[in-house]
Design a protein around this ligand. Structure first.
Ligand SMILES: [Zn+2]
Length: 398
């Protein structure tokens, strides 16, 4: 497997092969940061593919933190997302070592609380530091030993591939299944991260800010009526409610009764109750409501339901088009309103797309698609060939 080649380059930087490739392609940078030129050799392109997978499963084990960049590297040991989720604010912090008190080998808790959201702080504090100030090491996150294995990489590749497939219908409810509603939702990564923070009550709502003594009052800046909890900001504030109503004519939107849930797990429980086709629209609307709330709170923007609804529809339109670039057939038929079209079937747009999409071959196989044409009158002929692997990655096309 190609990811293994990339892994070797990473942990044996002194091997001959690694030195040759480094001299040619990334003389001044690290392998993990390299962007690859179009004219790269086949060997290199093959490694690049493996590297893309590797990057998703690499996690730094913090030693002294001097080699790990806070915002760019993977180093937060949790499932799925290994970088900090806190939005980067203006700060000089760059290296993980900036967060560590070297003397006593402890995290600088105050600095963490100042620069990171609670979701990150919680995870960072779980990382044990060593007094011996060891070097940082690159580890493979999906094996306990930290050593890359083809088996776990394959599993990761499969997991990434099934991202978006829906898992409802199981009666064995457990928390990780609930979290999958968010992590596997058919929405852009930024929306998933938002939803995760929302579910963890880690958004900087006025109520959370008041609790941390950043604000004196928690009153909602939009309506001025109630304390701004996360639920209020994205569901029950009049503006949020109006957007739900406006989208109801376009997308499958849960009815008002279902939106009455509250309590710490309201979002996960709500997602659990909804048919698959309702989940992505719900997350997109919540996300837009939070953005609108930010626009008012930070920029004093004026809210317009029409504008917000239009933005959501065009977002969905581009999302749908870009996820189906393998099939011209479907692209031509895409409409503004895929959610509504799918509502009756209770299927997500993904499911529909998968039926008409190119189907990947089994593990270890490649699939070759060939098409040709011939113009009788001129005798001209041409042919195209695409070779793809089990992940749908193009290995060769001509
Ligand atoms: Zn409000």
């Amino acid at each position: 497997m190609l990811a293994r080649q990339a892994w070797r380059l990473l942990i044996f930087p002194d091997s001959l092969c690694a030195k040759l490739l480094k001299a040619k392609y990334y003389p001044n940078s690290r392998l993990l940061d390299t962007a690859f030129p179009r004219n790269a050799s086949n060997t290199w392109r093959a490694i690049e593919y493996g590297l893309a997978l590797l990057k998703k499963g690499i996690n730094w084990r913090v030693g002294n933190g001097k080699n790990i960049r806070i915002w760019r590297d993977n180093w937060v040991p949790r499932d799925y997302y290994l970088k900090p989720v806190t939005r980067r604010r203006r700060s000089r912090l760059k290296w993980v070592s900036d967060l560590i008190d070297e003397e006593c080998a402890e995290w600088k808790t105050e600095v963490l609380h100042e620069h990171f959201d609670p979701v990150d702080v919680e995870e960072i504090l779980k990382i044990k530091l060593s007094i011996e100030r060891t070097e940082d090491i690159i580890a493979w996150h999906f094996e306990r030993t930290g050593v890359f294995s083809v088996k776990s990489a394959y599993k990761l590749a499969l997991n990434l591939r099934t991202l978006g497939a829906n898992t409802s219908g199981s009666k064995f409810q457990n928390r990780s299944r609930l979290w999958n509603y968010i992590w596997k939702a058919d929405v852009p990564p930024k929306v998933r991260i938002f939803a995760w923070r929302l579910a963890k009550n880690a958004l900087p709502t006025n109520e959370n800010k008041k609790a941390r003594h950043i604000l004196e009052t928690s009153t909602c800046a939009i309506c001025g009526f109630e304390a701004e909890t996360a639920f209020h900001a994205v569901v029950s504030c009049p503006h949020a409610r109006d957007l739900f109503e406006a989208m109801r004519t376009e997308w499958p939107v849960p009815d008002t009764k279902q939106l009455h849930l509250s309590g710490p797990d309201w979002l996960l429980l709500l997602l659990d109750r909804l048919p698959a086709a309702y989940q992505a629209p719900l997350l997109l609307i919540l996300w837009r409501n939070w953005n609108d709330r930010n626009a008012v709170t930070h920029g004093g923007a004026r809210l317009s339901i029409e504008e917000s609804a239009r933005a959501l529809k065009s977002l969905q339109n581009t999302l749908y088009k870009t996820t189906n670039h393998t099939s011209d057939d479907i692209k031509g038929k895409a409409t503004m309103n895929i959610f509504a079209r799918e509502q009756k079937k209770e299927a997500t747009p993904m499911n529909l797309a998968q039926k008409l999409r190119w189907q990947p071959p089994g593990d270890g196989w490649v699939k070759i698609n060939i098409d040709g044409s011939f113009i009788e009158s001129t005798g001209q002929a041409s042919a195209g060939i695409v070779i793809r692997d089990q992940l749908g990655q193009v290995l060769l096309s001509s």
